[in-house]
Design a protein around this ligand. Structure first.
Ligand code: HEM
Ligand SMILES: [Cu+2]
Length: 827
């Protein structure tokens, strides 16, 4: 087959229809990645305009520009949009777009999941945008502390927009994190061992694991606060056994790791671009990986440094203060690796490099003020002043926006196949750099002079007039620079000025595809034996196009790729991907209906939407698989591999495991909340404990045993060639028994609105029942699949997923019973 014929065939298999039809049905990572990026930059623009409004308001004392109500909405939405609708989605977009190309493969692990995540982001973001346009936007600050955001002080719908909209958007972060983790571990070019992965993939692996363990506390907190607001479950009300500090713990358990979730991918971009700009390789690859892992682990032990002024015991203060300064160590390892890379290479001051230098200068200052606020007495002085705002912008703008702009200019030629023509970028960089430092350096001093954050106005006697004016002028210079970047990017699409292939002479595989990359990325998949394959083999792109790699002969009309062994990168499975479909957008819309029903308080619609989600999810998984055995598939270069339906550990198994990591973190956060309230909150012990019941324990015991035995039995029986239906039915019965036991448990619990204790029991029981329903659905689905002929001793992949879920259900059932009955037994 000629290179051109192969291209045509692959194009027919992989590409999306043009126009709107393609937009709504594409599941291809190149499309979805760009959709994320475009939407994220749109929100950057929106939040940037809000920032300009803030600076306009604060430029002069007694400003009549916006009243306090509107000002509260403006800064809340600025922070919220920047963090949740710009920074995180921009990272997701970069990684969705780049990872498969860098890893030398054709798509991510779950293409439809990526598209579903995008549409959740789209609809959830739209909810928040509407609230802003209607003037009923959230106004409690980006961290939404109760009691301010409780029903008493925030009776309107504003807070609900935040709690529901952000939770909806976070579905996209969790699904992207599962997708990245499995893709990085399993979907790489043959031969690419972990130690040969591009450094960006390492950073994204660490980041994804952090998202899976960092976001659930926030999701839980939002659920609890929304339950309090809608149904009166008093989690954060001190007079009813709750504690508003619980929110701060849950929020910052998320919020501090969040800073690293934003910074680590950006550091990954720097570690990718900087060596190329210096014509060398990254110094200390292994140390940089170790530093990223260390940062991730450390960042989970720091959250209390956001709460130094809340009356934490002194031991706690000392511990979290020391831990916070410790973070400087791995950060320094990374910075020294970058300096060493510059030292050993021949750095050239091209545009991406300018932004990287901007990053260095800014981020290092942000790190230093970070060490300052980690010192408790200093923090007591500057807490909630403009000093903190200045610090956080040095870290976020320096640590994220500069690297992102470097990445934008670096990969733009790849994405469009064009080179820059007008060269506005250098001037834009100068304006951004100067504008940024004028704006935020000034804010440090305003803060030290006593200017609090989040104030809509001040008086001339405060003595902050001149410094605020300077800061606002800087803000507008900065904005002007950013607008110039935008103009340059837009112009890029109008001027056909072809870029040469691999213009920066990089070594990673994304530059081995055509520019712009076709939907299938590579005509055939490379065999990798080097960390920078293009450096050791500059002829690789041509050889791949000629079909000298794996999967060079398209097989019917199916989308194919390869999965590899986690550590060694040896090819293991032949992968078949689903094609384009409208299911993701439809499922996201129905998911959105659920959130909308809660927002508008038409509560009866919410369960209907849940049923809709279940029906669509059933349909979603039903589309995969086949009804006859395939056996080994030839994948080229003399190799044959089992196909994905005929293995013990299919993608769904891996995805389930990592999804359950996030799920278990959510459950763990709930247990943490329970323990926190029990030990710290005033108003405990509760007026009445639950009545322990032997019936509940007996039914649950049967359910737990069946949930453990049934699924494993089904796997074994099926492998031996016998019918697994009876074993699946046992598993189904186990889930039903657990649900029934938990229902009885809830019926005997004290009222959920009377005390936080009853409320916590209700949420724990509800969590268990929900999982019992999910596992029951999986078992029922498998029963239907067996009857329809999708399962055979060879086609065993689907059944392999049930034991994971069954074991999780059994595990949480045990913990819920212990958590419910142990305190009674102890008191
Ligand atoms: C484009 C340039 C930017 C300017 C001029 C700007 C300006 C400001 C100002 C003046 C405030 C303080 C509002 C107040 O305390 O009354 C603020 C708050 C904040 N900004 Fe920015 N900002 C910019 C970019 C960013 C970026 C890129 C991020 C994050 C990725 C960000 C995240 C935040 C957050 C989280 C807050 C706190 C909001 C709150 O107190 O609830 N900003 N910004
Ligand atoms: Cu922090």
């Amino acid at each position: 087959m000629s290179a051109l014929a192969r291209h045509r065939r692959l194009q027919a298999i992989w590409s999306s229809p043009p126009g709107w039809k393609g937009l709504f049905s594409t599941v291809n990572h190149t499309d979805v990645g760009l959709m994320f990026l475009v939407t994220a930059f749109f929100y950057f623009l929106v939040a940037g305009v809000l920032a300009m409004l803030i600076r306009a308001q604060l430029a002069t004392p007694h400003s009549a520009f916006a009243g306090p109500e509107i000002y509260n909405q403006i800064f809340t939405m600025h922070g919220t949009i920047m963090m949740f609708l710009f920074a995180i989605p921009a990272i997701e977009g970069m990684a969705i777009y780049l990872l498969p190309k860098m890893l030398g493969t054709r798509d991510l692990a779950y293409p439809r999941l990526g598209a579903y995540g995008y549409w959740c982001y789209f609809f959830g973001g739209a909810m928040l945008l509407v609230s802003l346009l209607l003037g009923i936007a959230p106004d409690g600050g980006w961290f939404m502390y109760p009691p301010l955001t409780g029903k008493v002080y925030s009776p309107g719908i504003n807070t609900d927009f935040w709690l529901l909209g952000i939770t909806f958007v976070e579905i996209s972060a969790i699904s992207a994190a599962v997708e990245f983790t499995v893709s990085i571990l399993r979907y790489r070019a043959p031969g690419m061992s972990l130690a040969k992965m591009p450094i960006f993939a390492w950073y994204m692996l660490v980041t994804s694991l952090m998202i899976l363990t960092g976001f659930p506390p926030l999701i839980l907190g939002s659920i609890l606060l929304e339950l309090e607001r809608t149904f009166g479950l008093p989690f954060f009300q001190a007079e009813l056994g709750g504690d508003s500090l619980l929110w701060q713990h849950l929020f910052w358990l998320f919020g501090h790791p969040e800073v690293y979730i934003i910074f680590l991918p950006a550091a990954g971009l720097v570690s990718t671009i900087l060596p190329v700009m210096s014509s060398t390789t990254l110094l200390g690859y292994r140390y940089v990986v170790a530093a990223a892992v260390a940062l991730a682990i450390l960042s989970f032990g720091l959250w209390v440094h956001h709460m130094f002024t809340t009356g934490i015991p002194h031991m706690g203060l000392a511990f979290f203060s020391a831990a916070s300064t410790l973070v400087a160590v791995p950060t320094a390892v990374q910075v020294f690796a970058w300096i060493g890379t510059l030292w050993k290479g021949r750095p050239q001051l091209r545009l991406p490099m300018l932004h990287i230098l901007g990053f260095f200068a800014t981020f290092v200052i942000g790190g230093l003020t970070g060490v300052m606020v980690a010192v408790v007495p200093f923090d007591w002085q500057v807490h909630d002043t403009a000093f903190v705002t200045a610090h956080l912008h040095y870290v976020l703008f320096g640590g994220f926006v500069f690297p992102l702009l470097a990445a934008l200019y670096y990969w733009l030629p790849l994405a469009t196949g064009r080179a820059r023509f007008f060269r506005l970028g250098e001037l834009a960089f100068a304006l951004i750099f100067v504008g940024f430092h004028v704006t935020f350096l000034a804010m440090h001093f305003a803060g030290l002079m006593g200017q609090r954050r989040r104030i809509s106005t001040y008086s001339p006697e405060d003595g902050w007039t001149a410094i605020n004016l300077v800061s606002s002028v800087g803000g507008f210079i900065l904005a002007f620079g950013l607008v110039m970047v935008m103009i340059e990017v837009v112009l890029h699409f109008f001027v056909r000025h072809r870029a040469p292939r691999n213009p920066w002479r990089a070594g990673t595989l994304e530059w081995a595809s055509a520019m712009p990359p076709p939907a299938y990325n590579f005509a055939s998949l490379p065999q990798v034996d080097d960390r920078e394959p293009l450096r050791s083999d500059p002829d690789l792109p041509a050889r791949l196009a000629r079909g000298e790699g794996y999967l060079a002969a398209p097989n019917g009309m199916i989308r194919e790729s390869l999965a590899v062994d986690v550590a060694s990168g040896a090819p293991e499975h032949h992968v078949v991907y689903p094609g384009n479909t409208h299911l993701p957008i439809v499922l996201a819309a129905v998911t959105g209906l659920f959130f909308l029903a809660l927002l508008l308080k038409v509560l009866w619609v919410a369960p209907l939407a849940m049923v809709g989600v279940a029906v669509l999810a059933w349909h979603w998984v039903w589309q995969l698989g086949r009804r006859e055995d395939v056996g080994e598939v030839t994948v080229g270069r003399g190799l044959s591999l089992p196909t994905i339906a005929e293995v013990d550990r299919p993608p769904g198994w891996w995805g389930s495991v990592f999804l359950l990591v996030a799920d278990a973190t959510l459950f763990g956060s709930l247990l943490f909340g329970y323990a926190f309230l029990w030990t710290i909150a005033p108003g405990w012990p509760p007026p009445a404990w639950i009545e322990p019941s032997t019936i509940v324990v007996a039914i649950a015991g049967v359910g737990i045993a069946l949930s453990l035995l049934g699924p494993s039995l089904a796997v074994v029986v099926n492998k031996r060639g016998r019918n697994p239906i009876a074993a699946l039915a046992l598993s189904l019965a186990g889930s039903i028994a657990i649900a029934a036991a938990l229902l009885v448990l809830l019926a005997t619990a004290p009222a959920a609105t009377g005390h936080a204790y009853g409320a916590t029991l209700l949420v724990m029981g509800g969590y268990g029942i929900l999982h019992a329903i999910v596992v029951a659905l999986i078992a029922a689905f498998l029963l239907a699949r067996v009857r329809a002929g999708y399962v055979s001793p060879r086609r065993r992949a689907e059944i392999a997923i049930l034991p994971v879920w069954g074991a999780y259900l059994a595990g949480i059932a045990v913990v819920i019973l212990l958590a419910a009955y142990l305190p009674v037994a102890l008191s």
